[in-house]
Design a protein around this ligand. Structure first.
Ligand code: FES
Ligand code: MG
Length: 581
């Protein structure tokens, strides 16, 4: 190839020739690039193959990704068997429990890291390995913006443990046992014993938390291989999926199967259906909105609510049901669920295999008798797991996970017991002096996207200790924050606009009456407009700001929950309308 051709083919270049470092001499740039990688022992033959990047998110701080070395080996094997050259590289890794102030604060940073390293380094396709809650959305957001062929591989769920012959798993059981301990039903010894059993292996939480939700949504979006969502982290099935994912990435590079061909309105509609049918985490809707925003689409929350009315919860997994992810896998995983949901799905949506979702459902065959995925005729909950609420307390909407709420509290009017922020809550929630009854409604302010910041999962407000000891198991709770997908209760979340920017939630006072009606999709503050205007005048809100660094970027540009809590400048121009169509 002449020197002239070498520079002319830049936009179309593949393998190591892609996106050369700008020394003003492309021939020299490529010469240098090859010289350096040969320093790692690669031959010229290896360097002529399609390059598949692998986003490696292994970290000693992230046990949910603890099988990364084995996954990397299997993915690389798959890539090489298919004739490609695997090159893995590190990105940020985020674990739920080791991220201060909250993992959501870092999700957008991880998405920027992922996007920019895909753009910066030469690769023809990318395998994204994620698992813990924020990592899969961050990778899909970054890859959607980068635009090359991309395929997601999740690390897989952890195994369940056994505590005094009861099966347990993170983290619905973490919350249940902690609740028992707070209510003084179990002692120090027992809470220490169960601590050893809740996370029985590496891998992601074993219930339908956000990690399992995003694993299922990634498959529903067509971004993971069929069967990729459910194999547990430590199984042979997980390693086989990893090998096949690597091989498929090479095929996608050859076919130029770019991510925009997969992340279509139909794909998002399928993901919304699946989110409802699995009793998925409320975080799933925030992440879907963020991923959709990266390809120029808005998620219509009202439409999600309408879809919920004819989408039953079919998956019998904690916290909405009783099983764990490993049971879902043994019951056939997503193939079983998608087969049951088929009449509600957009079957023409393309997947990473180059085939449509409908074709993949056909290929998966007829299924078998099992008890984890219910039939549409006999669901575990008649409507979708998530309902969207509206009213003067949440003009931009709020959500409730009705499938894990107390049926007796879903139509409820009560007196507000207000906490100004998470610190105020921590200070007073267990006080004997707290004026609270089981009929009251707990209100927590300032835990929205800008409020905390990062919209922490503090929306799962604990039952005040004095009520817990009396045996109270649920109480209506309202906030502008999120809650873990593993949590349960009558909990209104994502109140938009948030209190920190002056949403109506900011002006709720102790003793105000609040009405929740899930059947009417209503969340109302029973205080007159004049009184609210007076309060607004008396105590104007000071929007949080920061002097420097990532916190400044975050506070200056983060969007509200309905836009996915993404940074405004990372979203694509919203030219493609709303989903569903
Ligand atoms: Fe990582 Fe639950 S903490 S998936
Ligand atoms: Mg979680």
């Amino acid at each position: 190839m002449s020197r002239r051709n070498q520079s002319d083919d830049q936009p179309e270049a593949t393998g190591l020739k892609k996106g050369l470092t700008s020394y003003g001499d492309n021939g020299f740039s490529l010469f240098l690039r090859k010289a350096f990688i040969k320093g790692a022992g690669y031959s010229d033959s290896a360097l002529t193959r399609p390059v598949v990047g692998i986003a490696n998110t292994g970290s000693a701080y992230n046990p949910c990704h603890g099988n990364m070395p084995q996954l990397l080996e299997a993915v690389k094997r798959g890539i090489m068997l298919a004739g490609g050259l695997p090159l893995d590289f590190p990105t940020i890794s985020i674990h739920e429990s080791f991220s201060y102030p909250t993992s959501m604060y870092l999700r957008n940073l991880m998405s920027m890291d992922t996007e920019e390293m895909i753009r910066a380094q030469p690769m023809d396709a990318i395998v994204l390995i994620g698992g813990c809650d924020k990592t899969v959305p961050a990778q899909l957001m970054g890859a959607a913006s980068a635009g090359i062929p991309a395929i997601e591989l999740v690390t897989g769920s952890m195994l369940t443990g056994s505590h005094r012959s009861e099966r347990v798993g993170a983290c619905t059981d973490c919350r249940r046992y902690w609740g028992k301990y707070r209510a003084q039903e179990i002692d120090d010894q027992e809470i220490a014993d169960v601590n050893n059993q809740l996370v029985a292996s590496v891998g992601t939480c074993s219930v339908m938390g956000t990690a399992s939700t995003m694993a299922c949504l990634s498959e529903a979006l067509g971004m993971s291989l069929p069967g990729g969502a459910s194999p547990p982290a430590v199984t042979a099935d997980r390693m086989r999926i990893a090998e096949l994912t690597g091989a498929q990435a090479v095929q996608m590079a050859h076919d130029k199967l770019t991510i925009d061909k997969i992340l279509t309105p139909d794909a998002f509609e399928n993901a919304m259906r699946v989110l409802l049918a699995i009793g998925g985490s409320t975080n799933g809707i925030v992440h879907l909105a963020a991923i959709a925003g990266r390809v120029g689409l808005d998620i219509d929350l009202q439409a999600l609510d309408r879809m919920g009315k004819d989408t039953p919860v079919l998956l019998d997994l904690k916290p909405s049901g009783q099983h764990y992810m490993e049971d879902f896998h043994k019951a056939g995983g997503m193939a079983t669920l998608l087969r049951e949901l088929k009449p509600l799905l957009k079957l023409d949506a393309l997947t990473v295999t180059g085939r449509t979702l409908g074709e993949e459902i056909e290929r998966a065959g007829p299924g078998f008798a099992q008890t984890v995925v219910k039939s549409a005729a006999d669901p575990i909950y008649p409507q979708g797991g998530i309902a969207v609420l509206q009213g003067n307390l949440a003009p931009g909407g709020a959500i409730i996970k009705q499938s894990s709420a107390d049926a007796g509290l879903m139509e409820h009017e009560g007196r507000a017991v207000v906490f100004e922020d998470a610190a105020d809550l921590a200070l007073r929630i267990d006080s004997d002096e707290l004026d609270v009854t089981a009929d009251d409604i707990l209100v927590l302010k300032n835990i929205g996207p800008k409020g905390a910041p990062g919209m922490p999962e503090a929306g799962y407000i604990p039952i005040p200790r004095k009520l817990a000891i009396q045996g109270v198991k649920d109480i209506v709770r309202i906030s502008d924050g999120r809650m873990s997908g593993t949590a349960f209760g009558t909990i209104v979340l994502h109140v938009t606009p948030e209190s920190a920017i002056g949403g109506p939630l900011a002006y709720v006072q102790n003793g105000d009456r609040i009405r929740l009606s899930v059947s009417r999709r209503e969340i109302s503050l029973l205080v007159s407009e004049q009184e609210l205007a007076l309060r607004r005048e008396r105590t104007p809100v000071v929007v949080p700001s920061a002097e420097r660094g990532y916190k400044k970027l975050f506070l200056d540009t983060v969007t509200q929950a309905d836009k996915g809590v993404d940074f405004d400048f990372l979203r694509a121009p919203q030219t493609k309308g709303t989903v569903p169509r």
